[in-house]
Design a protein around this ligand. Structure first.
Ligand code: ADP
Ligand code: MG
Length: 369
């Protein structure tokens, strides 16, 4: 299979380095709204901060114009200028593509409320379990909550909520499905179960943007995003597409998982998204008879990670027998067994999350539902 034009354009942009940030333009979050037309036209927004040389825009244009299949005269770059409408430059390099006076910022989406990314270093640590149950807990305390399943490699939020129908489209907007008071949208609604793995950077970026823009989330207080594991394109797409209030990092107590989680957390910090805290999952086992917590695996990973990052450990969720079966049956543990040790700890994490985000300026003031 030959690479798509879009992939080649993305690759060309990813080869350009920002000398100040010591990474490429894409990773630095400087390119947004990339649209590659079948006719060879390329449009994108360039977020240029005053500290960055304006020559970067010219370099980007030249690099894209060099890509085979791109129409040289159809490369349009909007250099963002936060104090006014984007300045569209067109055609051959303009003499001066002046930097805007202020640093760039990803667009605010105040309708989504506080946007919380839930991430992990590797898969299978319970990221979706945590996302789903936090969403349910927040909804139960009267918040308007959206949950976007952006885990393109394993979209399992629909199953965990027991919904499978295709979301309806009305008025040109995709309507989220709703379960347990949470508005849901998932790649799992849109693609076949065994289709994925071919999802690559540009496609992921498109999906994330589409989920943010074309879904009628409606006014929300919290918008949780269940990201794929690692530090890949979905993470970057999200932080480029909108202003993310903070990230929660899920890890297991084992050292290996913590190394991956640390890299993931550092990535958020690099792009200016604060880590709100660490959630340790599958952390020991609480004996239902005695209530005693038994450490089955090597332990303390969540605490070490939190210390390393200088953030708080928001909770340690024990291994809960039957949790996986309930999840498979579309019943979040917080609903199915609210008295269980795991549900209590998930509730505790949700409470802390609310406290921590209550004073933040991004998004709407918290409203009681
Ligand atoms: N605390 C827990 N106790 C028991 N099983 C759990 C717990 N957390 C997650 N699981 C199960 O582990 C598996 C992986 O969890 P999941 O949330 O899908 O991870 P991820 O989204 O990180 O890949 C699922 O089958 C889930 O039901
Ligand atoms: Mg998952």
């Amino acid at each position: 299979m030959t690479e798509s034009l879009e992939t080649r354009v993305v690759a060309a942009l990813a080869r350009l380095r920002n000398p100040r940030l010591e990474n490429d333009l894409l990773s630095a979050g400087m390119i947004r709204d990339l649209a590659v037309g079948p006719d060879g036209s390329v449009n994108f927004t360039f977020l240029l901060s005053p500290e960055d040389p304006a020559t970067l825009v010219r370099q980007a244009r030249a690099a894209v114009q060099e890509v085979e299949g791109v129409r040289r005269d159809a490369v349009k770059i909007a250099v963002t200028n936060p104090s006014g409408p984007p300045k569209v430059t067109h055609g051959p390099p303009a003499a001066a593509e002046a930097p805007p006076p202020q640093a760039p910022a990803a667009p605010e989406m105040p309708d989504l409320g506080r946007i919380i990314a839930v991430s992990s270093g590797k898969g299978g640590v319970g990221k979706s379990t945590v996302s789903a149950n936090l969403a349910v807990a927040l909804a139960r305390s009267g918040r308007r909550v959206g949950l976007m399943d952006a885990d393109v490699y394993g979209p399992n939020i629909p199953r965990m909520f027991g919904v499978s129908e295709r979301p309806p489209v009305t008025g040109g907007k995709i309507q989220p499905l709703e379960a347990f008071g949470v508005r849901l949208m998932s790649l799992g609604f849109l693609v076949e179960r065994d289709a994925p793995a071919i999802w690559r950077g540009p496609i992921i970026m498109k999906i994330v943007q589409q989920f943010l823009r074309d879904v009628e989330w409606g006014p929300l207080d919290y918008f949780l995003v269940d990201l794929p594991p690692g530090t890949g394109d979905a993470q970057l797409s999200l932080v480029q597409a909108t202003h993310v209030s903070g990230a929660l990092i899920v890890t297991t107590p084992q050292e290996m998982a913590v190394g991956d989680a640390l890299r993931g957390a550092r990535m958020f910090e690099r792009v200016g998204v604060p880590v709100l805290g660490i959630v340790e999952n599958m952390s020991g086992f609480v004996d239902p008879e005695s209530g005693r917590r038994l450490e089955i695996f090597s332990s303390g990973g969540g605490r070490r990670l939190a210390d390393e990052l200088g953030v708080d450990l928001l909770g340690s969720i024990p291994l809960q027998p039957g949790l996986a079966e309930l999840a498979d049956a579309g019943r979040p543990i917080l609903v199915a067994e609210p008295e269980s040790a795991a549900a209590a700890e998930l509730q505790n994490v949700a409470d802390q999350l609310q406290r921590r985000t209550a004073g933040r300026s991004a998004g709407l003031p918290i409203l009681r539902g």
